[in-house]
Structures are given as structure tokens and as C-alpha cells.
Design a protein around this ligand. Sequence first.
Ligand code: FAD
Length: 402
Amino acid sequence: MMAHALGSMAPVSASIMPDASLRKTGLKVKRDAMEFNVQNRLSFDNKLWMPLPSVNLKRRQTPTQYQCKVVAMSVQQTAKNKVPVQPLELDNAKEPPLNLYKPKEPYTATIVSVERLVGSNAPGETCHIVIDHGGNVPYWEGQSYGVIPPVRVIFGTEIHETGENPKKPGNPNNVRLYSIASTRYGDSFDGKTASLCVRRAVYYDPETGKEDPSKKGVCSNFLCDSKPGDKIQLTGPSGKIMLLPEDNPNATHIMIATGTGIAPFRGYLRRMFMEDVTSSYKFGGLSWLFLGVANTDSLLYDDEFNNYLKNYPDNFRYDKALSREQKNKSGGKMYVQDKIEEYSDEIFKLLDEGAHIYFCGLKGMMPGIQDTLKRVAEQRGESWDAKLSQLKKNKQWHVEVY
Ligand code: FAD
């Protein structure tokens, strides 16, 4: 099935550097998806397989849990020469696409690849999932897709996808939303794919402390266990809160992410630094990413971001809070709010100058961040409530937590 997953993709050429942030043990890379030539270029219309060179492999925690197949487009990194994208008409629309597919009539897309993003010492598993929508479910950076997980019924050795909600027989499964982690051109740069960054939801019995697979998350496990060629029911795209404001290409964007909350920001940053969309968006401002995860092995897309730092030091800042490895100034665990506090003078100044600030990740991140911002404001003799309502009024404040 994999051999057909990319069959419809148009040829694209792009400079490529391997991305160690995508962990690939036992990696196989489709050669029908790419070809390196002597100039280190790739094209997507070749029909062979090859291993990806120079990838920093980290051992996977549970190597048998899923098949790790990867296509090269998702390991693109930025280089000074930006990657050409097509069709550029995707930049022409004045309004973002919204709810093109609804739960009653979802779009059937195809999984292209599923890759584990984290190393063996990361608690839990997070996967990068590339989906081929054939250009039929266009989206803008910062939007989400809905996924309707199938219900698998096993009769003997046959698996039937009933698409039924186990809690409401006769009804399809509920839609789960996932922030899109690619730009509108996708990791394949041809507008035909979208990528998700999904954390596998597992359930630990509070009494025994043991994992209870009967209560594992339906959709995240479906996605992380899916194989290239598998079908997937999509709705959307949805969401306007996290759209990247592009009216001022020299604006400042402060992005605060925890875990999979990195997804929309990966899309923004690829648009700003990786893709050649300069005819419609020539980014010349400052992008400052704060990423909170448990430890170094849990970092997501780290190599991609380090590359922007190297190539665009005046336009990109990247600060990490590793809660299980770093200590804050009081000797406690280092969370994103501690990093915000560390740079609070600069952040407040940038906000006063009109910077956009975005928050994405688990709901639980917000109270600690709000407390910190309030405390910092008070120390500066400012009212946080007044400041927050001004930021909201100016459309500088963007929150998507779940
Ligand atoms: P569900 O089956 O819905 O279960 C939810 C939780 O309940 C799980 O942790 C499960 O273990 C637990 N559970 C199940 N049964 C029981 C039981 N009997 N008793 C107690 N607990 C139980 N997630 C991402 O990973 N990446 C993203 O980019 C992302 N973006 C999002 C964007 C938006 C706007 C929103 C709203 C959500 C986003 N999410 C994202 C979250 C995502 O939509 C799902 O909620 C998440 O993947 C869990 O769904 P699930 O079907 O796997 O779990």
C-alpha cells in the first residue's frame, strides 16, 4: 500500500538536510518519494527505496509497538536557500478554509507515514503523522483537523471498520481535534499532505499504578498505530484563533508550547524560515519559541529549530524548559513559566510594542503561566487584568489549550 501513498504527488525539488529530531530506528525511506542527486536535491517522482543517510537514531522505547516507516519529505530542514513550494495559488485566498468536511461527510485520506519523535528516555510516546489529503482538505497554518477514529471489530481473522461510536451504537465515533503541524504546503511542499503531532494517550490505574490498555485513548492510539496506506476520516479544517497574522511580516511572535502544543508553531516556523513563499509572506520580524517538555529526549522537532537558530539568528530565538532535567531559580522543576519569568522584562517590552503571544498545549499549562504573568506585572507596577484585556482587544493574545 505504501507504494501508492505518494503516487499522486507532483514532482518537487528541494534542498535537504536530514532531521535528527525525527527518530528512526530500523528506518526505511521510500525512494519513490525522493531521490538525492549530487547537488543534494530531492525529487518525489522517482520509484526506488533508499536509506536516509546521517540520521541521528535514538533507540525507541517500544520498538514493536508500531512500524516506523518514513518518507523523506518529513525530514526536511531549513537551509539558507528556501524550499520551493507549489501550488502558489494556496497563498491567494483571502479567507482561511473552514469546515470543508463535516462529521457526517468526512474526507477519507491516507496515512503516508508515522514516526516516533521522541527518544527512549521520554515519558510516553509522541508521533509525527503525515496524511495525504490529495489537496482536497486545504488548511492554513494554525488550524486543526478533526479525526474520526474507526471502531475495529474483529470477526475471526477479519477486521471490520464499523466507524461506530462504542458509547452510542449506530453513531460514528466522536471527532477528535488535532492541530496541524505543517504549513499549507505540507511536509511534501506540494499542498497535498498535512502533518499531525500526536501524543499517545495511555491510562494508568491510580491504585495499582499500572497501565490499563482497556482505557487507552481511542483516537491517539489509532493514529500512532496506523500504517502507511491506512485510511483516515478527516473533518475540518477548523479554528481561527491560532492563524498566523501576516499583515505585518516584521512583527514579533512569542510562542509558548508544551508538548504537542508545538504543532501550530512548527507550521508557522516552516512558513517563516523554510519555505519560499516570499512573494506573499517575507518574514523579517522576530519569532521566539518557548518549548516545555520533560527532558531532552522529549524535545520535538529540535533539529529543525536549531537549524533556524543557525541560519536566522536575528529572527529566531528558542528557549527550552526541561522539567525533569533543569531547575528553576527556586530549585524546583523548570516549566515554561519559569523561562517566561526569566525573560519577563523583554517579553513585556515586546508586548508593549505590539508582539503577538500564543499559547498551545495542555490546559494545565495556563494557570501557572497566568500566575507568573500577573506576578511579573505587579512587580512592574502594572495591572495584569488591564494589560490582558488590552492584549485581547489588540488581538495580540492567542490561546489554544486542550
Ligand atoms: P479518548 O479515548 O478520548 O480518552 C481521553 C482520555 O480518557 C485518555 O487519556 C484515556 O486514557 C482516558 N480514558 C479512557 N477511558 C477511561 C475510563 N474508563 N476512565 C478514565 N479515563 C479513561 N492532541 C495531540 O496529541 N496533538 C495535538 O496536536 C492536539 N491538538 C488538539 C487541538 C485542539 C483544538 C483540541 C481541542 C485537542 C487537541 N488534542 C491534541 C487532543 C486530542 O483531540 C484528543 O483529545 C487526544 O488525542 C485524546 O483523544 P483519544 O481519543 O486518544 O482519547
